[in-house]
Design a protein around this ligand. Structure first.
Ligand SMILES: [Zn+2]
Length: 320
């Protein structure tokens, strides 16, 4: 049985939705926009937050935790799927609020939560200073609070709820997902592509600097083998037809890389590739005449730059 309860924020926006007996989706209202970046709250005997949005979203996320059934106990585990700022930016501020929460991240991500300088500088190069100000600067976390989590490691939340960590490299080398055992739910992080409710076209998430096609496909195949019933995705929402969605993701990654490779080989600049793909994406929505939202354009741009970087790296590696 699916329970959907809308909770309303003081401003009137619906941000927190109960999607089943134990799970909430939180719309982190990225830069004030709904349907772009989600976090997930699992309510057991102990409570876990998977992904938490940009630093500037931390007040929204905290308010939503307060509005949930988890408010009495607070959050015990903060589990960013990777350290990109739309997933971990709010981690330190939320950790500050829940002083006993354990922060678990892939071992390659640990140092970036303790010192987010490199993360911040890398993202500023990609997004520009103006946007970064809207995303908000992540605070540094005390190293004592951050602990690595390994493939297949389990987090016991009590009441029979067990989260199993599944390393899913590809989007980034330090990316991981979580399976809520026995429920068919997988919290994918960016192992799957983007499909925004306001612009429902599947866009592969292939960003700089460590996107790897082969790893991404292998990770998707591994998730498929778990025969999931639903995917809980950050960009954005719950996908009920999980297995066919994973197949679609594998196909779209192959198509995306092939299309970009073709344009690179014909001498197109990255700007031209971005604008061509933005137009092609627009045409995938029948009857869509409006402007492509800026956050969709940005997602396409980031994924094009990462795909080109991946190809250049692969070619250097082959010595061609
Ligand atoms: Zn993301």
């Amino acid at each position: 049985m699916n329970i959907v309860v809308w909770c309303t924020s003081p401003s009137g926006d619906s941000l927190l939705t109960k999607i089943d007996e134990r799970t909430y989706i939180i719309d982190t209202m990225s830069v004030g926009r709904p349907g772009v970046v989600a976090a997930y709250l699992i309510h057991g005997k102990e409570n876990a937050l998977i992904d938490m949005g940009y630093a500037s979203s931390s007040p929204t996320v905290l308010k939503d935790v307060e509005a949930s059934e988890a408010s009495a106990e607070g959050v015990h585990y903060l589990l960013p799927t990777h350290v990109h700022l739309d997933h971990s930016g709010a981690c330190a501020a939320i950790a500050h609020h829940f002083a006993n929460a354990a922060i678990r991240v892939h071992p390659k991500g640990e140092r970036h939560l303790v010192d987010p300088t490199m993360l911040w500088e890398g993202a500023t190069k990609l997004f520009g200073a103006e946007l970064m100000q809207l995303y908000g600067k992540p605070q540094a976390l005390n190293g004592n609070r951050v602990k690595a989590i390994y493939d297949n490691e389990k987090i016991m939340l009590g009441n029979g709820l067990v989260l199993r960590c599944i390393w899913t490299p590809g989007h980034a080398s330090h990316h991981l997902s979580y399976e809520l055992e026995g429920t068919g739910s997988i919290f994918t992080g960016d192992a799957v592509g983007i499909k925004y409710p306001a612009f429902p076209v599947l866009i592969p998430t292939t960003p700089p600097t460590s996107f790897n096609l082969e790893a991404a496909i292998t990770s998707l195949q591994r998730l498929k083998q778990l025969r999931p019933k639903r995917l809980l995705t950050p960009h954005f929402g719950v996908i009920p037809d999980a297995v066919s969605s994973i197949d679609a993701n594998i196909q779209s990654l192959h198509d995306w890389i092939a299309r970009i490779r073709e344009m690179v080989r014909s001498g197109s600049s990255s700007e031209l590739i971005v604008s061509n793909l933005t137009e092609e994406t627009r045409h995938e929505i029948a009857g869509f005449n409006g402007d492509v939202p800026d956050y969709v354009r940005l997602s396409i741009k980031v994924s094009v730059l990462g795909a080109i970087g991946y190809m250049e790296h692969a070619e250097r590696h082959l010595g061609t």
